[in-house]
Every structure is written in C-alpha cells, then in structure tokens.
Write a protein that binds this ligand. Structure first.
Ligand SMILES: [Zn+2]
Length: 217
C-alpha cells in the first residue's frame, strides 16, 4: 500500500471509531461533522494515485482544504476526544510520527503513569496498519482511549506541585517531621539523636509523624 492508501484506510476506520464513540460524548454533532470530514478525506485519498514527486508536507494539494477544515473543527471538539488521534491519519502523508512531548511531572506516581501510557501507545500504534480491519479498528479505538488518558495526565502533571521532601530522625526517637534539615528539634538532644533521613511528606504523615512546630519559617 502506498502512503495515500494507508492514510485513507486510517481515516475511514477512525471515522468509524468516532461515530461509535460519539454516543458517549457531550457534543455529538461536532463529532459527527468530524467523521464526515474524515470520510471525505478517506474517499479522496483512495482515488489519488501515489505522487511522482512528493508535495510539500506530504499533503496532496487538493486535500489541504479538508485537512484545514478538520483542524478548525478540532479546536471545538468535545472534552474526552484527544486531538492527537488525527495525527495518525496525517502521519503516513507527512512522514512525521506521532510524538508526545515529555510531561516531566513532579510526582513519581504521575511519572510512572506516563511511562506506562507511552509504552501502551507504542504497542498499540504498531497495530494500526494491521491487515485485518478489525485489529486496525480496535487499535485506533485503543489509541483514542490512551491519548485521552494522556491528555488528562498532562493536565494533572501541570497542576500537581512537587511533593516536598521532609527530614526525620532515624531510630526510635522520631515523632515529628521537619521541613528544615537543620532544625534544632531534629538535631538537638544528642543523647537521643542517631542520624536523620529524608522522605516525601506524605510518607512521613502515613507513618503518623506530625509537622514540627519549631522548624524555622
Ligand atoms: Zn523542626
């Protein structure tokens, strides 16, 4: 299959996925309009012969208005429908792979979620051009869900502040956690002090330790 045919098939299958998904989305009419554009793009790409010389951006000239219209509608698509999914249609034309910028979340939990999502997306993306329509269809549906989750994660990563690290005593004499490593209540009383370590504030709380009132502000 030449790249027009690959993109055409992806557009047709994605239109199908979106039509099914539209039932669960709040702005159904926008989604259905988008599926119509996708089907138009699929039909046109299907008729075009493979270009002898590559066009700029790889997008066939006659197709540019439809692609632009699709992009305009993407700005108003409902929540719960990641615009990244449309890049799977244009990727075979432009030769640009679908790439996600690192989110660099402050929390380890979100970083783990991000790694898992990227792995799952990579696995699913391989199946988008599977010989079987059913496999390719479910791969696109899966990618849509994964990109929706990635969008939500990107939002969370942007709003969740870094978890502060606090200092606690090692050994048996520990009842409080200290934002400041040099707090006199932490290092004082040499008889009971056997060293200190740091941990996320959440862990210190989970251990039943309380915030030190004597820590310098
Ligand atoms: Zn303190």
């Amino acid at each position: 299959m030449h790249r027009y045919a690959v993109a055409s098939r992806r557009a047709r299958l994605l239109a199908d996925v979106l039509r099914t998904r539209a039932i669960d989305l709040n702005d159904r009419s926008t989604v259905l309009l988008i599926t119509e554009y996708l089907e138009m793009i699929a039909a046109r790409l299907h008729c075009y012969p493979a270009p002898a010389t590559p066009e700029p951006n790889g997008i066939p000239r006659n197709l540019a208005p439809d692609i632009d219209a699709l992009a305009r509608h993407q700005a108003s698509i409902p929540v719960g429908l990641s615009v990244r999914i449309f890049e799977y249609v244009t990727a075979p034309l432009t030769g640009m792979p679908v790439e996600l910028a690192p989110l660099n979340p402050a929390s380890d939990y979100l970083a783990t979620q991000e790694r898992r999502l990227l792995d799952a997306i990579a696995v699913m993306a391989v199946r988008v051009d599977d010989e079987s329509d059913a496999v390719a269809h479910s791969a696109l549906a899966g990618l849509l869900s994964l990109h929706n989750r990635h969008d939500r994660l990107a939002h969370l990563a942007a709003v969740t502040p870094a978890e502060r690290s606090v200092h606690v005593r090692t050994g048996t004499y520990r009842r409080a956690y200290h934002p400041h490593a040099a707090c006199p209540a932490l290092t004082g009383k040499r008889r009971t002090y056997s060293g200190q370590e740091s941990m996320p504030e959440r862990m210190a709380r989970a251990e039943g330790l309380t915030l030190c009132r004597r820590c310098p502000a």
